[in-house]
Design a protein around this ligand. Structure first.
Ligand code: NAP
Length: 340
């Protein structure tokens, strides 16, 4: 016997990937339903070899459904996640709404799978921000070996992190650059994204940082270790899929770059591609469709006593969202719900 699974936001970037990954990983599904807004009712969505017809989230009854994978943004999540949970369905949510709620576990299975048991408090489990997910996968095994004191991270985040509208804006604006009569001013982003970079993701906070940067700080503490200091600069770049990060790590103990490389090679969810030659590293276009968090450019930071620099790339729609959500569902199934 398998699970009855609802994919909420099934017409979106993350929702479609969740369906792909459930099929690819042969998640034990007895019945699956694709949900989105009323305007998408009847829209056909692929699930492996099958085609699902989208249903209206607003009128859907979650009673008797085991797991709902949510990818609809915070406003819709606020309305429908508590409804699903109160009808006895465990919600795994991609929005930021519940990530900082003490009664909701925030999980990256390679890092803190044991937090899963906390789901019973609200019947909700949160998926982290895409930039945090890939970073903590890289940090965890190094933290276990040499205790991380401080992380300085700069991100290079793709437009798919801003949903369907983000992808459309980069596509349309790029074409319009070659056709001056077809002007496409910024709508989703705050400045031109085609052939440009924008050092601003999510809203500004009082201290001058952005909410996206704050999320990386708060989520790393909740998932990995509250004592780790993180400072982040989050930047949107004209890449369709795949987030990249330059990460500088300061440890309590000395960690040699060769040992760091060996540790990362052996760690779950990580693929090390690190040759010191032309092309001996991973770029975002190469990570698309993959499950791994790719690590390259591992090297000593000789400006501090115990420092390592590295480059970290992952498919933000997969490890940053859909894959991580399905991995959480797998842990939930095996450890808690025990069907399938
Ligand atoms: N993209 C990433 O890298 C990433 C990473 C981590 C987390 N997330 C989070 O995942 C969520 C989804 O992101 P996305 O990139 O997939 O966005 P998206 O491509 O814009 O898709 C949004 C989805 O939500 C549905 N939706 C929106 N409002 C709804 C409502 N009121 N009722 C029913 N359905 C509604 C849309 O349905 P219609 O098509 O019918 O409008 C669509 O299926 C967001 O919370 C985002 O922050 C995204």
């Amino acid at each position: 016997m398998g699970y009855r699974v609802a994919v909420v936001g099934a017409t979106g970037n993350v929702g479609r990937e969740m369906l792909n990954i459930l099929a690819e990983r042969e998640f034990p599904v007895d019945e699956i339903v694709a949900l989105a807004s009323r305007k998408s009712m009847g829209t056909e969505i692929s699930f492996g070899d099958a085609t699902l017809k989208c249903k209206d989230l607003d009128t859907f009854d979650f009673t008797g459904w085991d797991i709902a994978l949510f990818a609809v943004g915070s406003d819709a999540t606020k309305v429908y996640a508590p409804k699903a949970a109160s009808q006895g369905c465990v919600v795994i949510d991609n929005s930021s709404l519940y990530r900082y709620d003490a009664d909701v576990p925030l999980i990256v299975p390679e890092v803190n799978a044991d937090a899963i048991y906390g789901y019973t408090k609200k019947m909700i489990i949160a998926n982290p921000n895409c930039s945090t997910a890939q970073m903590v996968v890289a940090l965890k095994p190094l933290h276990d070996r040499a205790r991380i004191k401080r992380v300085v991270v700069s991100t290079y985040q793709s437009v798919s992190g801003a949903g369907k509208e983000g992808i459309d804006e980069l596509w349309d604006q790029t074409k319009s650059i070659y056709n001056p009569t077809d002007n496409k001013p910024p709508k989703k982003f705050t400045k031109q994204i085609a052939f440009n970079v924008i050092p601003h993701i999510d809203v500004f906070l009082d201290d001058g940082s952005t909410k996206e940067e704050w999320k990386m700080v708060a989520e790393t503490k909740k998932i990995l270790d509250k004592n780790i200091k993180v400072t982040a600069t989050c930047v949107r770049v004209p890449v369709f899929v795949g987030h990249s990060e330059s990460i500088n790590i300061e440890f309590e103990e000395f960690l040699d770059e060769h040992e760091a490389r060996d540790i990362l090679r052996e760690s779950p969810g990580i693929m090390v591609i690190d040759k010191r030659e032309n092309g001996g590293y991973v770029t975002p276009v190469e990570c698309v469709g993959d499950y791994a968090t790719f690590i390259s450019r591992i090297r000593q930071d000789s400006t501090i006593d115990n420092g390592i620099n590295l480059w970290c790339v992952s498919d933000n729609l997969r490890k940053g969202a859909a894959l991580n959500a399905v991995q959480i569902a797998e842990v939930l199934g095996v450890r808690c719900l025990k069907k399938g």
